[in-house]
Design a protein around this ligand. Structure first.
Ligand code: PDD
Length: 280
């Protein structure tokens, strides 16, 4: 696989990053995941805009390569012959050469890394037909989940808790209300209405979320942005998650309770179809 690191395209085993890199020592980095379908990048502009926002919120200087990111994405997709898959992008506050809590000088060169993941058949995964089983866990992450940082230990632990419970993923709960999934936004459906938590610092502002809600409204579905509980979710007609890698993915079970019939319903598969059609 060809990867990109700080200006160079290299075979993955030749790419190097300093042991003093702030993302390695402090989790001081931001990232984006952009999906590739049929060789085409999905929603690149949205991911790029959120990346800029993440950098700004953390007072991280924008690397000079910002204007070339689309070209780098395209070059990696081409070099690695990705038809369906993902491009991972990470920017860190660089490697000042020692460990220090305070941010280094603003002229410290940032670390910019991109690589691809090949996922043949990404859009027709069996999970989309079966639906996901979800377990609820407490949301113990920090308070700025709107910034897409590389601090992913708790979401990783959440996936492991889900696995241990025989589930596919976890929904996190704060003050009795669902925030989001470990790596996706969470929704419930009642009749023709889609309910999802409103944007705030409590959740990541999903790029897929924005697109899906826009398409839903265009398709005459109702959208209500408000908090909901796990109990309300268990009583919902349907449920789903969205992310760049899952697109629109039905949820069929929460904490052992079947949602609707226990199989994907009508609205969510339709919304998935609309999303994939409109995005391509
Ligand atoms: N995760 N919420 C969280 C906590 C996420 O990590 C993600 C994305 C989302 C969905 O955002 P988007 O629609 O922009 O992908 C919501 C990516 C896919 C990941 O970490 O792999």
């Amino acid at each position: 696989r060809t990867v990109y690191v700080n200006g160079d395209y290299l075979p993955e085993d030749e790419a190097k990053v300093s042991i003093f890199d702030r993302a390695f020592l402090m989790g001081d980095g931001v990232y984006e995941v952009t999906s590739v379908l049929g060789g085409k990048l999905i929603d690149f502009d949205g991911h790029r805009a959120r990346l800029e926002r993440s950098l700004d919120e953390l007072d991280m200087p924008h690397p000079s390569v910002m204007d070339d990111l689309l070209d780098i994405h395209r070059e990696l997709v081409r070099a690695n012959e990705i038809t369906d898959g993902l491009v991972y992008l990470q920017i860190t506050r660089g490697a000042p050469g020692d460990r220090d809590f305070a941010f280094p000088d603003r002229d410290t060169p940032p670390t910019v890394v991109l690589f691809t993941q090949n996922k043949p058949g990404l859009a027709d995964s069996p999970a989309a037909k079966q639906g996901l089983k979800i377990v609820s866990i407490e949301d113990l992450r920090w308070g700025r989940r709107d910034i897409k940082t590389t601090q992913l230990l708790y979401p990783s632990m959440g996936k492991m808790m889900a696995k241990k419970a025989g589930c596919d993923d976890a929904w996190m709960v704060q003050d009795g209300h669902v925030t989001e999934g470990t790596s996706n936004n969470a929704y419930i459906v009642k009749g023709n209405k889609i309910i999802t938590r409103a944007l705030s610092n409590d959740i990541l502002h999903g790029i897929t979320r924005a697109a899906v809600l826009r398409f839903a409204k265009e398709a005459q579905m109702q959208v209500e942005e408000r908090n909901f509980t796990i109990d309300e979710a268990k009583e919902a007609d349907e449920a789903f998650v969205t992310s760049a890698s899952a697109f629109v993915m039905p949820v069929v079970e929460i904490d052992g309770a079947s949602i609707g019939t226990g199989s994907p319903g009508a609205l969510v598969p339709r919304l998935r179809e609309i999303y994939l059609e409109e995005s391509l």
